[in-house]
Design a protein around this ligand. Structure first.
Ligand SMILES: NC(=O)c1ccc[n+]([C@@H]2O[C@H](COP(=O)([O-])OP(=O)(O)OC[C@H]3O[C@@H](n4cnc5c(N)ncnc54)[C@H](OP(=O)(O)O)[C@@H]3O)[C@@H](O)[C@H]2O)c1
Length: 441
């Protein structure tokens, strides 16, 4: 059936305005394996409702916006749907959005940017074949900018990379003697466990593997996996290996001090060790049959190997050398920095071998402007002396990586007195790093 006769007549400026609203909705999502996508439904009388994608397994933006439209009493057979990314045409966890739009009888779909993912692309053609009017390229540059790094990761056939650094005010990730547990607060560590619960893999260098014997499992609080911030997979209920990682559920939990009462519906991330050295026999990572050991120092090769294993989003938790190597190669798509209000002086810097020798070579970042992943920025206040003692007295035997372990935690009250500052950044693409894109040997 040719639905185009039912299309509204919309001026170009109205199209731009509606797509702008969809782009604002897109920024309410969270970055990761999936792109940020927003949608807007424009009624014949000018009413506009929006929707957005909240993470893997949750309704796509078009479906979310159409639900809102139905709830608002909008007749979809006379509406125009604006979407910031081409509707998918594949059967993923949620079914093809192109089919949803066709089935709903939407006569006109306006798309900002085509989907570069071959598995999902083809939605525009599917819509046209069904008689839907399709307009493409509206606010394309803006839509590309929202997902610039995701688009690049897909194009480079590598995982999307989130780097997390837990550091002191003076940029140290460990004290001079190597102790680093815990620099950051229980709240920061709980957040990292929630982040681990929505990535495909968690990576550390062999230096950190030897120093800390981490497990790299996700041990989020039930509250954390129920929030959009952390719960992409839990919201979907798709975790086929719920709590299935080694020792999952056996740990005393995630920094915040409360153990989950029952296995949580998320998939444990794949633990990854990166470097040429063997893992210590008997270490957590050596004993975990799922551990992937990347025996290379080439960041591109490391990420290509992970991509070939189906890993679409990797969380890098350090240490300084692997973090530096990834940034130097311009392979970090998102940077999350947890800054604890402590000073460590002659400790270990958070990044090694960045290759910056003069200010003009600085690697520049922009604050992430998405709003879906709650950003906690707190002013630091001088803390009571006891909190220093808390940090340094944590036992090292029950090690895990820095902001995400199970060792004795500072008392929860420290959090309120002494909050960390959490900052999220994306690369500033206006300044490319001079040594980026070169392959490490
Ligand atoms: N506060 C935090 O957030 C945090 C997080 C992690 C670690 N840490 C602390 O950081 C310290 C460990 O840091 P680190 O820098 O020594 O360890 P790292 O970055 O975890 O590991 C360094 C090792 O990674 C391997 N590697 C693989 N690709 C590389 C590349 N392209 N360039 C350089 N190295 C590469 C090399 O090992 P091979 O010789 O095996 O090839 C290298 O020795 C520990 O004290 C740990 O407690 C703190």
């Amino acid at each position: 059936m040719d639905r185009s006769a039912l299309s509204q007549t919309i001026t170009h400026s109205s199209m731009l305005a509606a797509m702008d609203v969809a782009l604002v909705a897109a920024r309410r999502g969270i970055r990761g394996a999936n792109p940020l996508v927003g949608a807007a439904v424009l009624d014949a009388d000018g009413t506009l409702v929006t929707g957005h994608h909240r993470g893997a397994g949750t309704p796509h933006a078009e479906a979310d916006a159409m639900s809102a439209a139905r709830a608002a009493g909008i007749d979809l057979t006379r509406a125009t749907v604006f979407v910031t990314l081409e509707p998918c045409s594949h059967h993923g966890r949620t079914g093809p959005c192109a089919d949803l739009l066709v089935d709903a009888g939407v006569p006109h779909v306006v798309i900002a940017v085509a989907d570069p993912n071959p598995a999902a692309a083809g939605g525009a053609a599917r819509l046209r074949a069904a008689g839907t009017t399709v307009t493409t390229g509206v606010r394309e540059a803006e839509a590309r900018a929202v997902n610039a790094r995701w688009l690049r990761a897909v194009g480079e056939r590598r995982p999307y990379v989130t780097l997390k650094i837990a550091q002191s005010l003076d940029g140290r990730i460990a004290a001079a003697d190597g102790t680093s547990q815990w620099i950051t607060s229980p709240a920061s560590r709980a957040r990292v466990h929630a982040l681990r619960a929505r990535v495909d893999a968690v990576l550390v260098g062999t230096g950190t593997a030897h120093a800390d014997d981490p497990r790299l499992t996700a041990r989020p609080t039930p509250e954390a996996v129920q929030s959009p911030d952390a719960g992409e997979r839990s919201a979907a209920g798709t975790g086929s290996q719920a709590g299935a990682g080694p020792e999952a559920g056996a740990d005393s939990e995630a920094g915040a001090g409360s153990a989950p009462a029952s296995p949580l519906p998320f998939t444990q991330p794949v633990p990854v060790a990166w470097g040429m050295r063997d893992l210590a026999p008997g270490s957590h990572l050596a004993r975990d049959p799922r551990t992937v050991h990347l025996r290379t120092r080439d960041p591109h090769e490391a990420l290509e190997t992970l991509h070939a294993q189906g890993i679409q989003h990797v969380l890098v938790e350090g240490g300084a050398h692997v973090a530096g190597a990834l940034i130097r190669s311009d392979l970090v798509d998102e940077l999350e920095v947890h800054i604890a209000p402590v000073l460590l002086g002659d400790g270990l810097p958070g990044l090694a071998d960045l290759g910056v020798t003069t200010l003009s070579e600085a690697v520049r970042w922009l604050p992430d402007d998405t709003t879906g992943d709650a950003l906690l920025t707190e002013a630091c206040v001088p803390s009571a002396p006891s909190s220093d003692a808390d940090i340094h007295s944590a036992p090292s035997s029950d090690a895990d990586a820095h902001s995400a372990g199970t060792a004795t935690s500072p008392p929860a009250s420290q959090d309120a007195r002494n909050p960390d500052t959490l900052l999220r950044f994306i690369p500033d693409t206006r300044h490319s790093h001079p040594t980026a894109h070169t392959k490490d040997s």
